[in-house]
Design a protein around this ligand. Structure first.
Ligand code: ZN
Length: 528
Protein backbone atom coordinates (compact mmCIF):
# COMPACT_ATOMS: atom_id res chain seq x y z
CA UNK A 1 0.00 0.00 0.00
CA UNK A 2 1.41 3.33 -1.11
CA UNK A 3 0.84 5.16 2.16
CA UNK A 4 2.54 2.53 4.26
CA UNK A 5 5.65 2.54 2.09
CA UNK A 6 5.82 6.30 2.17
CA UNK A 7 5.60 6.20 5.96
CA UNK A 8 8.42 3.74 6.34
CA UNK A 9 10.69 5.92 4.22
CA UNK A 10 9.94 9.34 5.61
CA UNK A 11 8.54 8.91 9.09
CA UNK A 12 8.94 12.25 10.77
CA UNK A 13 7.31 12.18 14.15
CA UNK A 14 6.35 15.64 15.35
CA UNK A 15 7.55 17.40 12.27
CA UNK A 16 4.20 19.14 12.47
CA UNK A 17 5.83 22.39 13.55
CA UNK A 18 5.70 23.95 10.13
CA UNK A 19 2.03 23.08 9.83
CA UNK A 20 1.33 24.38 13.34
CA UNK A 21 -1.26 21.73 14.10
CA UNK A 22 -2.88 22.12 17.54
CA UNK A 23 -3.19 19.55 18.93
CA UNK A 24 -0.10 18.20 17.18
CA UNK A 25 -0.55 15.15 15.02
CA UNK A 26 0.95 11.95 16.34
CA UNK A 27 2.90 11.38 13.12
CA UNK A 28 3.34 13.95 10.38
CA UNK A 29 5.48 13.57 7.28
CA UNK A 30 5.76 16.68 5.12
CA UNK A 31 5.86 16.30 1.36
CA UNK A 32 6.93 18.85 -1.22
CA UNK A 33 4.59 21.43 -2.65
CA UNK A 34 0.92 22.03 -2.02
CA UNK A 35 -2.48 20.85 -3.11
CA UNK A 36 -4.39 23.82 -4.51
CA UNK A 37 -8.16 23.78 -4.46
CA UNK A 38 -10.19 26.36 -6.31
CA UNK A 39 -13.74 26.72 -5.18
CA UNK A 40 -16.70 27.63 -7.37
CA UNK A 41 -17.71 30.11 -4.70
CA UNK A 42 -15.64 33.01 -3.41
CA UNK A 43 -14.58 33.12 0.21
CA UNK A 44 -14.28 36.19 2.33
CA UNK A 45 -11.92 36.57 5.26
CA UNK A 46 -14.93 36.36 7.52
CA UNK A 47 -16.48 33.15 6.24
CA UNK A 48 -13.20 31.43 5.54
CA UNK A 49 -13.07 29.52 8.79
CA UNK A 50 -16.75 28.74 8.76
CA UNK A 51 -17.30 25.07 9.51
CA UNK A 52 -19.46 24.33 6.48
CA UNK A 53 -17.53 26.46 3.99
CA UNK A 54 -14.34 24.47 4.49
CA UNK A 55 -16.35 21.32 3.90
CA UNK A 56 -17.76 22.85 0.71
CA UNK A 57 -14.28 23.64 -0.53
CA UNK A 58 -12.94 20.20 0.32
CA UNK A 59 -15.91 18.71 -1.49
CA UNK A 60 -14.51 20.14 -4.72
CA UNK A 61 -11.31 18.08 -4.69
CA UNK A 62 -10.97 14.42 -5.58
CA UNK A 63 -11.10 12.37 -2.41
CA UNK A 64 -11.07 8.76 -1.36
CA UNK A 65 -12.43 7.91 2.05
CA UNK A 66 -12.19 4.39 3.48
CA UNK A 67 -12.56 2.70 6.85
CA UNK A 68 -9.52 0.96 8.33
CA UNK A 69 -10.34 -1.05 11.43
CA UNK A 70 -6.65 -1.51 12.20
CA UNK A 71 -6.51 2.12 13.34
CA UNK A 72 -7.26 2.90 17.01
CA UNK A 73 -10.74 4.36 17.80
CA UNK A 74 -11.13 7.93 16.48
CA UNK A 75 -7.88 7.47 14.54
CA UNK A 76 -7.22 8.44 10.95
CA UNK A 77 -4.63 8.42 8.20
CA UNK A 78 -4.52 11.34 5.81
CA UNK A 79 -2.63 11.67 2.54
CA UNK A 80 -2.62 15.04 0.83
CA UNK A 81 -1.26 14.47 -2.68
CA UNK A 82 -0.63 16.80 -5.61
CA UNK A 83 -4.24 16.67 -6.79
CA UNK A 84 -6.19 14.50 -4.40
CA UNK A 85 -6.83 13.66 -0.76
CA UNK A 86 -7.03 10.16 0.73
CA UNK A 87 -8.49 9.52 4.16
CA UNK A 88 -8.55 6.21 6.01
CA UNK A 89 -10.22 6.21 9.38
CA UNK A 90 -11.20 3.83 12.12
CA UNK A 91 -14.72 5.26 12.34
CA UNK A 92 -16.83 8.33 11.55
CA UNK A 93 -15.10 10.32 14.29
CA UNK A 94 -11.68 9.55 12.82
CA UNK A 95 -12.83 10.80 9.42
CA UNK A 96 -14.16 13.94 11.11
CA UNK A 97 -10.78 14.54 12.78
CA UNK A 98 -9.00 14.13 9.45
CA UNK A 99 -11.15 17.02 8.20
CA UNK A 100 -10.31 19.06 11.30
CA UNK A 101 -6.62 18.54 10.53
CA UNK A 102 -7.23 19.60 6.91
CA UNK A 103 -8.98 22.73 8.14
CA UNK A 104 -5.92 23.68 10.16
CA UNK A 105 -3.50 22.83 7.34
CA UNK A 106 -5.35 24.88 4.73
CA UNK A 107 -4.52 28.50 4.04
CA UNK A 108 -6.54 30.94 2.00
CA UNK A 109 -4.57 31.88 -1.13
CA UNK A 110 -7.14 33.95 -2.97
CA UNK A 111 -10.80 34.79 -2.70
CA UNK A 112 -11.75 31.37 -4.04
CA UNK A 113 -8.77 29.09 -3.49
CA UNK A 114 -6.99 27.35 -0.65
CA UNK A 115 -3.65 25.57 -0.40
CA UNK A 116 -2.92 22.50 1.71
CA UNK A 117 0.69 21.37 2.15
CA UNK A 118 1.30 17.87 0.78
CA UNK A 119 1.75 15.52 3.69
CA UNK A 120 0.95 12.20 5.28
CA UNK A 121 -0.55 12.17 8.76
CA UNK A 122 -1.25 9.26 11.11
CA UNK A 123 -3.09 10.24 14.22
CA UNK A 124 -5.29 9.05 17.07
CA UNK A 125 -6.12 10.21 20.60
CA UNK A 126 -4.51 9.05 23.83
CA UNK A 127 -7.73 9.55 25.83
CA UNK A 128 -11.33 8.94 24.83
CA UNK A 129 -12.74 11.68 27.12
CA UNK A 130 -11.53 15.09 26.01
CA UNK A 131 -13.91 17.46 27.69
CA UNK A 132 -14.80 21.06 28.25
CA UNK A 133 -17.13 22.33 30.98
CA UNK A 134 -19.26 25.42 30.50
CA UNK A 135 -21.22 26.88 33.41
CA UNK A 136 -24.40 28.59 32.34
CA UNK A 137 -25.92 28.49 35.83
CA UNK A 138 -23.77 31.43 36.97
CA UNK A 139 -23.96 33.35 33.70
CA UNK A 140 -26.15 32.36 30.80
CA UNK A 141 -24.34 32.25 27.47
CA UNK A 142 -27.27 31.39 25.20
CA UNK A 143 -27.76 29.05 22.27
CA UNK A 144 -25.69 30.89 19.64
CA UNK A 145 -22.71 31.10 21.97
CA UNK A 146 -22.92 27.43 22.89
CA UNK A 147 -22.99 26.52 19.17
CA UNK A 148 -19.85 28.64 18.59
CA UNK A 149 -18.15 26.92 21.52
CA UNK A 150 -18.96 23.53 19.99
CA UNK A 151 -17.18 24.60 16.78
CA UNK A 152 -14.17 25.67 18.84
CA UNK A 153 -14.16 22.30 20.62
CA UNK A 154 -14.34 20.43 17.31
CA UNK A 155 -11.40 22.43 15.97
CA UNK A 156 -9.32 21.12 18.91
CA UNK A 157 -10.65 17.55 18.69
CA UNK A 158 -12.43 17.85 22.05
CA UNK A 159 -15.38 15.47 22.30
CA UNK A 160 -17.36 15.92 25.54
CA UNK A 161 -19.32 19.07 26.42
CA UNK A 162 -19.96 19.02 30.17
CA UNK A 163 -22.97 21.33 30.42
CA UNK A 164 -23.32 22.73 33.96
CA UNK A 165 -26.98 23.71 33.63
CA UNK A 166 -28.07 24.20 37.22
CA UNK A 167 -26.56 25.52 40.43
CA UNK A 168 -27.37 27.74 43.41
CA UNK A 169 -27.47 30.78 41.14
CA UNK A 170 -29.64 29.53 38.30
CA UNK A 171 -31.70 26.78 36.65
CA UNK A 172 -31.14 27.03 32.91
CA UNK A 173 -32.97 24.13 31.31
CA UNK A 174 -36.70 23.89 30.68
CA UNK A 175 -38.33 20.88 32.36
CA UNK A 176 -41.83 20.52 30.89
CA UNK A 177 -43.23 18.54 33.80
CA UNK A 178 -41.98 21.19 36.21
CA UNK A 179 -42.16 24.62 34.55
CA UNK A 180 -41.74 26.23 37.96
CA UNK A 181 -38.02 25.36 37.84
CA UNK A 182 -37.28 27.99 35.21
CA UNK A 183 -40.09 30.28 36.35
CA UNK A 184 -38.38 30.80 39.71
CA UNK A 185 -34.94 29.35 39.12
CA UNK A 186 -33.81 31.26 36.03
CA UNK A 187 -34.07 34.79 37.48
CA UNK A 188 -31.73 36.35 40.05
CA UNK A 189 -32.70 39.56 41.83
CA UNK A 190 -29.29 41.00 40.91
CA UNK A 191 -25.89 39.84 39.75
CA UNK A 192 -22.25 40.83 39.70
CA UNK A 193 -21.22 43.70 37.50
CA UNK A 194 -20.80 42.63 33.93
CA UNK A 195 -20.43 43.94 30.42
CA UNK A 196 -17.91 46.63 31.29
CA UNK A 197 -14.65 44.76 31.03
CA UNK A 198 -12.97 47.16 28.57
CA UNK A 199 -12.52 49.84 31.23
CA UNK A 200 -12.77 47.76 34.34
CA UNK A 201 -9.86 46.60 36.47
CA UNK A 202 -10.70 43.17 37.88
CA UNK A 203 -10.73 42.82 41.65
CA UNK A 204 -8.05 40.65 43.23
CA UNK A 205 -10.59 38.34 44.77
CA UNK A 206 -13.88 37.04 43.49
CA UNK A 207 -15.83 38.11 46.54
CA UNK A 208 -15.01 41.77 45.84
CA UNK A 209 -17.23 42.02 42.80
CA UNK A 210 -19.68 44.86 42.76
CA UNK A 211 -23.32 43.98 42.39
CA UNK A 212 -25.30 45.04 39.39
CA UNK A 213 -28.73 45.83 40.78
CA UNK A 214 -30.62 44.84 37.63
CA UNK A 215 -32.56 41.62 37.63
CA UNK A 216 -30.64 38.84 35.88
CA UNK A 217 -32.98 36.73 33.78
CA UNK A 218 -35.17 34.95 33.06
CA UNK A 219 -32.44 33.11 31.15
CA UNK A 220 -32.81 29.46 30.22
CA UNK A 221 -32.61 27.04 27.29
CA UNK A 222 -35.93 25.79 25.94
CA UNK A 223 -36.11 22.11 25.09
CA UNK A 224 -36.02 23.03 21.39
CA UNK A 225 -32.74 24.90 22.03
CA UNK A 226 -31.35 21.89 23.83
CA UNK A 227 -32.26 19.55 20.97
CA UNK A 228 -30.65 21.91 18.45
CA UNK A 229 -27.47 22.13 20.52
CA UNK A 230 -27.29 18.36 21.01
CA UNK A 231 -27.77 17.74 17.26
CA UNK A 232 -25.11 20.34 16.41
CA UNK A 233 -22.73 18.66 18.86
CA UNK A 234 -23.48 15.21 17.47
CA UNK A 235 -22.61 16.37 13.95
CA UNK A 236 -19.21 17.33 15.39
CA UNK A 237 -18.75 14.03 17.26
CA UNK A 238 -19.21 15.77 20.59
CA UNK A 239 -21.17 14.06 23.37
CA UNK A 240 -23.16 16.40 25.57
CA UNK A 241 -23.28 15.54 29.28
CA UNK A 242 -25.91 17.54 31.20
CA UNK A 243 -25.25 18.22 34.87
CA UNK A 244 -28.09 18.37 37.38
CA UNK A 245 -26.49 19.18 40.73
CA UNK A 246 -27.66 17.38 43.87
CA UNK A 247 -28.03 17.36 46.87
CA UNK A 248 -26.06 20.62 47.31
CA UNK A 249 -25.84 23.57 44.91
CA UNK A 250 -29.65 23.44 44.67
CA UNK A 251 -30.79 26.92 45.61
CA UNK A 252 -32.30 27.55 42.17
CA UNK A 253 -34.35 24.36 42.66
CA UNK A 254 -35.30 25.47 46.18
CA UNK A 255 -36.51 28.80 44.75
CA UNK A 256 -39.10 26.76 42.85
CA UNK A 257 -39.71 24.32 45.73
CA UNK A 258 -38.94 25.98 49.08
CA UNK A 259 -40.74 23.09 50.79
CA UNK A 260 -37.82 20.80 49.89
CA UNK A 261 -35.52 22.43 52.44
CA UNK A 262 -34.91 20.81 55.82
CA UNK A 263 -37.08 21.37 58.87
CA UNK A 264 -36.02 24.46 60.74
CA UNK A 265 -34.63 26.17 57.63
CA UNK A 266 -36.41 28.43 55.18
CA UNK A 267 -35.89 29.48 51.59
CA UNK A 268 -37.23 32.34 49.48
CA UNK A 269 -38.47 32.26 45.87
CA UNK A 270 -35.16 33.38 44.35
CA UNK A 271 -31.85 31.68 43.58
CA UNK A 272 -28.67 32.68 45.38
CA UNK A 273 -26.71 35.77 44.39
CA UNK A 274 -23.43 35.17 46.29
CA UNK A 275 -20.95 32.64 44.93
CA UNK A 276 -19.84 30.99 48.16
CA UNK A 277 -20.77 27.41 49.17
CA UNK A 278 -24.38 27.55 50.37
CA UNK A 279 -25.70 25.73 53.44
CA UNK A 280 -29.21 25.52 51.94
CA UNK A 281 -29.20 21.99 50.51
CA UNK A 282 -31.94 19.53 49.63
CA UNK A 283 -33.78 17.72 52.44
CA UNK A 284 -32.79 14.17 51.62
CA UNK A 285 -35.15 12.85 54.31
CA UNK A 286 -38.13 14.22 52.35
CA UNK A 287 -39.61 11.51 50.11
CA UNK A 288 -41.31 14.08 47.88
CA UNK A 289 -37.97 15.81 47.26
CA UNK A 290 -36.28 12.53 46.35
CA UNK A 291 -39.10 11.56 43.97
CA UNK A 292 -38.98 15.04 42.46
CA UNK A 293 -35.29 14.61 41.66
CA UNK A 294 -35.99 11.28 40.00
CA UNK A 295 -38.78 12.84 37.98
CA UNK A 296 -36.46 15.63 36.79
CA UNK A 297 -33.73 13.11 35.90
CA UNK A 298 -36.30 11.07 33.93
CA UNK A 299 -37.12 14.08 31.78
CA UNK A 300 -33.43 14.98 31.41
CA UNK A 301 -32.77 11.46 30.11
CA UNK A 302 -35.59 11.92 27.58
CA UNK A 303 -34.24 15.31 26.54
CA UNK A 304 -30.73 13.89 26.04
CA UNK A 305 -31.59 10.52 24.45
CA UNK A 306 -28.02 9.77 23.30
CA UNK A 307 -26.14 11.01 26.37
CA UNK A 308 -24.26 8.04 27.86
CA UNK A 309 -23.50 10.03 31.03
CA UNK A 310 -25.73 12.15 33.26
CA UNK A 311 -23.75 14.23 35.77
CA UNK A 312 -25.31 14.54 39.23
CA UNK A 313 -22.87 17.00 40.82
CA UNK A 314 -22.41 15.91 44.42
CA UNK A 315 -19.77 18.43 45.44
CA UNK A 316 -19.70 20.95 48.29
CA UNK A 317 -22.75 19.84 50.26
CA UNK A 318 -22.68 21.19 53.84
CA UNK A 319 -24.62 19.01 56.29
CA UNK A 320 -25.53 21.53 58.97
CA UNK A 321 -29.25 21.44 58.10
CA UNK A 322 -29.33 17.64 57.90
CA UNK A 323 -28.00 17.39 61.48
CA UNK A 324 -30.99 19.35 62.80
CA UNK A 325 -33.73 17.96 60.55
CA UNK A 326 -36.08 15.26 61.89
CA UNK A 327 -36.77 13.86 58.42
CA UNK A 328 -33.07 13.57 57.56
CA UNK A 329 -32.30 11.99 60.93
CA UNK A 330 -35.23 9.58 60.45
CA UNK A 331 -33.76 8.56 57.07
CA UNK A 332 -30.36 7.97 58.67
CA UNK A 333 -32.04 5.71 61.27
CA UNK A 334 -34.35 3.83 58.87
CA UNK A 335 -31.60 3.15 56.34
CA UNK A 336 -29.08 2.20 59.03
CA UNK A 337 -26.64 4.92 57.97
CA UNK A 338 -23.68 5.91 60.13
CA UNK A 339 -24.20 9.65 59.97
CA UNK A 340 -24.86 12.58 57.57
CA UNK A 341 -22.01 11.51 55.28
CA UNK A 342 -23.89 8.22 54.89
CA UNK A 343 -26.99 10.22 53.99
CA UNK A 344 -25.17 11.81 51.06
CA UNK A 345 -23.86 8.40 49.99
CA UNK A 346 -27.44 7.08 50.20
CA UNK A 347 -28.95 9.74 47.92
CA UNK A 348 -25.99 9.41 45.53
CA UNK A 349 -26.37 5.63 45.28
CA UNK A 350 -30.13 5.96 44.78
CA UNK A 351 -29.69 8.44 41.91
CA UNK A 352 -26.87 6.41 40.35
CA UNK A 353 -29.13 3.34 40.33
CA UNK A 354 -32.04 5.38 38.97
CA UNK A 355 -29.86 6.55 36.07
CA UNK A 356 -28.62 2.96 35.55
CA UNK A 357 -32.23 1.85 35.10
CA UNK A 358 -32.45 4.30 32.18
CA UNK A 359 -29.48 2.59 30.55
CA UNK A 360 -27.12 5.46 31.34
CA UNK A 361 -24.17 6.00 33.65
CA UNK A 362 -24.02 8.65 36.34
CA UNK A 363 -21.00 10.90 36.67
CA UNK A 364 -20.28 13.16 39.61
CA UNK A 365 -17.60 15.16 41.37
CA UNK A 366 -15.20 13.02 43.38
CA UNK A 367 -17.23 13.38 46.62
CA UNK A 368 -19.84 10.98 45.19
CA UNK A 369 -17.40 8.09 45.56
CA UNK A 370 -17.02 8.58 49.32
CA UNK A 371 -19.65 5.98 50.17
CA UNK A 372 -20.67 2.64 48.72
CA UNK A 373 -21.66 3.76 45.23
CA UNK A 374 -22.39 1.43 42.27
CA UNK A 375 -19.35 0.86 40.08
CA UNK A 376 -21.10 2.31 37.04
CA UNK A 377 -20.61 5.78 38.55
CA UNK A 378 -17.80 7.81 37.00
CA UNK A 379 -15.91 10.12 39.34
CA UNK A 380 -14.65 13.49 38.25
CA UNK A 381 -11.66 14.67 40.25
CA UNK A 382 -11.68 18.42 40.81
CA UNK A 383 -9.04 18.57 43.58
CA UNK A 384 -5.61 17.05 43.84
CA UNK A 385 -5.71 17.02 47.64
CA UNK A 386 -8.29 17.43 50.44
CA UNK A 387 -7.00 21.00 50.95
CA UNK A 388 -7.76 21.90 47.35
CA UNK A 389 -11.26 23.22 47.88
CA UNK A 390 -14.35 23.52 50.01
CA UNK A 391 -15.68 20.04 49.36
CA UNK A 392 -16.42 17.34 51.89
CA UNK A 393 -14.86 13.86 51.65
CA UNK A 394 -11.94 13.71 49.25
CA UNK A 395 -11.53 10.63 47.10
CA UNK A 396 -8.31 10.51 45.11
CA UNK A 397 -8.25 9.12 41.59
CA UNK A 398 -5.74 6.46 42.65
CA UNK A 399 -8.09 5.22 45.37
CA UNK A 400 -11.17 5.34 43.13
CA UNK A 401 -9.62 3.40 40.24
CA UNK A 402 -8.40 0.87 42.79
CA UNK A 403 -12.05 0.37 43.78
CA UNK A 404 -13.05 -0.16 40.16
CA UNK A 405 -14.42 3.26 39.16
CA UNK A 406 -13.71 4.95 35.86
CA UNK A 407 -12.44 8.48 36.40
CA UNK A 408 -12.22 11.77 34.54
CA UNK A 409 -9.58 14.24 35.65
CA UNK A 410 -10.31 17.94 36.07
CA UNK A 411 -8.05 19.04 38.95
CA UNK A 412 -8.51 22.76 39.52
CA UNK A 413 -4.76 23.42 39.65
CA UNK A 414 -4.48 22.58 35.94
CA UNK A 415 -7.94 22.63 34.47
CA UNK A 416 -9.97 25.53 35.93
CA UNK A 417 -9.48 28.07 33.18
CA UNK A 418 -11.51 30.69 35.05
CA UNK A 419 -8.35 31.10 37.14
CA UNK A 420 -5.95 33.87 36.17
CA UNK A 421 -3.52 33.05 33.37
CA UNK A 422 -0.55 35.15 34.43
CA UNK A 423 -0.33 37.44 31.41
CA UNK A 424 0.39 41.17 31.65
CA UNK A 425 -2.27 43.86 31.19
CA UNK A 426 -5.08 41.36 31.42
CA UNK A 427 -8.38 43.27 31.43
CA UNK A 428 -10.63 40.28 32.05
CA UNK A 429 -12.10 39.34 35.43
CA UNK A 430 -11.29 35.97 36.93
CA UNK A 431 -12.78 33.81 39.61
CA UNK A 432 -10.21 32.24 41.90
CA UNK A 433 -10.92 31.09 45.41
CA UNK A 434 -7.74 29.39 46.52
CA UNK A 435 -4.68 31.64 46.28
CA UNK A 436 -2.24 28.74 46.05
CA UNK A 437 -3.83 27.53 42.87
CA UNK A 438 -5.20 30.71 41.44
CA UNK A 439 -2.82 31.18 38.50
CA UNK A 440 -2.72 28.65 35.68
CA UNK A 441 -0.16 29.69 33.10
CA UNK A 442 -0.14 28.24 29.60
CA UNK A 443 2.86 26.11 30.55
CA UNK A 444 1.08 24.79 33.63
CA UNK A 445 -1.98 23.85 31.58
CA UNK A 446 0.29 22.09 29.08
CA UNK A 447 1.83 20.01 31.88
CA UNK A 448 -1.57 18.50 32.84
CA UNK A 449 -1.14 14.75 33.18
CA UNK A 450 -4.45 12.92 33.69
CA UNK A 451 -2.59 9.78 34.77
CA UNK A 452 -0.37 11.41 37.41
CA UNK A 453 -0.09 9.12 40.42
CA UNK A 454 -2.06 6.27 38.79
CA UNK A 455 -0.36 2.86 38.69
CA UNK A 456 0.33 1.71 35.11
CA UNK A 457 -1.96 -1.31 35.37
CA UNK A 458 -4.96 0.90 36.26
CA UNK A 459 -4.49 3.70 33.75
CA UNK A 460 -7.18 2.32 31.49
CA UNK A 461 -9.68 3.46 34.12
CA UNK A 462 -8.67 7.09 33.52
CA UNK A 463 -11.07 7.97 30.71
CA UNK A 464 -9.44 11.34 30.17
CA UNK A 465 -9.83 14.84 31.43
CA UNK A 466 -11.37 18.18 30.80
CA UNK A 467 -10.91 21.92 30.93
CA UNK A 468 -13.47 23.74 33.07
CA UNK A 469 -14.45 27.35 32.42
CA UNK A 470 -16.60 28.17 35.43
CA UNK A 471 -19.08 30.96 34.99
CA UNK A 472 -18.83 33.28 38.01
CA UNK A 473 -16.75 35.74 35.99
CA UNK A 474 -17.54 34.43 32.52
CA UNK A 475 -20.27 36.74 31.26
CA UNK A 476 -20.26 36.22 27.51
CA UNK A 477 -18.42 34.70 24.55
CA UNK A 478 -15.55 37.21 24.82
CA UNK A 479 -14.84 36.29 28.44
CA UNK A 480 -15.24 32.62 27.66
CA UNK A 481 -12.85 32.60 24.70
CA UNK A 482 -10.22 34.70 26.47
CA UNK A 483 -10.10 32.18 29.30
CA UNK A 484 -10.55 29.04 27.24
CA UNK A 485 -7.86 29.68 24.62
CA UNK A 486 -4.92 29.18 24.37
CA UNK A 487 -4.90 27.23 27.65
CA UNK A 488 -7.66 24.94 26.40
CA UNK A 489 -5.47 24.24 23.34
CA UNK A 490 -2.74 23.05 25.74
CA UNK A 491 -5.17 20.78 27.58
CA UNK A 492 -6.56 19.49 24.27
CA UNK A 493 -3.03 18.49 23.25
CA UNK A 494 -2.40 16.85 26.64
CA UNK A 495 -5.56 14.77 26.13
CA UNK A 496 -4.94 14.00 22.45
CA UNK A 497 -1.32 12.92 22.82
CA UNK A 498 -0.86 12.07 26.51
CA UNK A 499 2.75 11.09 27.21
CA UNK A 500 3.59 11.48 23.51
CA UNK A 501 3.16 15.25 23.47
CA UNK A 502 6.22 16.94 22.01
CA UNK A 503 6.94 19.42 24.80
CA UNK A 504 6.07 22.97 25.72
CA UNK A 505 8.69 24.71 23.53
CA UNK A 506 7.38 22.90 20.46
CA UNK A 507 3.78 23.66 21.46
CA UNK A 508 4.55 27.34 21.98
CA UNK A 509 6.05 27.64 18.51
CA UNK A 510 2.95 26.09 16.93
CA UNK A 511 0.65 28.06 19.20
CA UNK A 512 2.07 31.38 17.93
CA UNK A 513 0.70 30.48 14.50
CA UNK A 514 -2.42 28.79 15.80
CA UNK A 515 -3.40 31.91 17.74
CA UNK A 516 -3.46 33.86 14.48
CA UNK A 517 -5.69 31.11 13.10
CA UNK A 518 -8.00 31.56 16.11
CA UNK A 519 -8.13 35.34 15.74
CA UNK A 520 -8.81 34.97 12.00
CA UNK A 521 -11.71 32.74 12.94
CA UNK A 522 -13.03 35.50 15.25
CA UNK A 523 -12.10 33.65 18.41
CA UNK A 524 -10.98 35.98 21.20
CA UNK A 525 -7.89 34.03 22.25
CA UNK A 526 -5.71 35.55 24.97
CA UNK A 527 -2.05 36.20 24.08
CA UNK A 528 0.52 33.52 24.89
ZN1 ZN B 1 -33.85 17.32 55.99
Amino acid sequence: MKNAVYFAATMAVFASNAAALVPAAREFAAGEGVLSITSKVSFTEIDWYDFDRVGQCLAEVEKTVVRDKSLPPEGYRLHVGADSIAIASADDAGEFYAYQTLRQLATLTSSNSIAIPRCIVRDWPAFRWRGLLIDEARHFLGKETVLKILDEMAMHKLNVLHWHLVDDQGWRVEIKRHPELVEYGSVRPCSVRFGTHASWKPPAHAMEYELNKDRYGPFFHTQDDVREIVAYAKARHITVMPEIELPGHVRALLAAHPEFICEGATHGREPAVAWSVQKEVLCVGNDDAVRFLEDVLDEVCELFPDAPFIHIGGDECPRTNWKKCRKCQARIASEGLVDESGLQAWITARMVRHIEKKGRRAAGWDEILAGDVPKSAVGMVWRSSPEGGAGTEFVSAAEAVGRGHDMVMAPNEYCYLNYMQGIEHDPYPYFSVWPSSSVITLEKAYSFDPCAGIPAERRDRILGGQACVWGESTFNIFDFEWKAWPRGCAIAEALWLGDERPGFADFLERMEKHRIRLLDAHINSAPL
